[in-house]
Design a protein around this ligand. Sequence first.
Ligand SMILES: [Zn+2]
Length: 61
Amino acid sequence: MKIHKCAFCGADIPPGYGIMYVRTDGTVVRYCSRKCFVSATRFKRNPRKLAWVRKQQKRQS
Ligand SMILES: [Zn+2]
């Protein structure tokens, strides 16, 4: 199994976790959690402007 990255926050998604979302144009995007999924699809937030995403990315690198 390939480990995918969250399209919103960039975190690693272990196999069996997260949400796979297929857009109407056919592109597949993966999100690590419902928080990321809702932020990206319903609220159309910019991940670069969110404090909790930046904090998470800083911890990873
Ligand atoms: Zn995420």
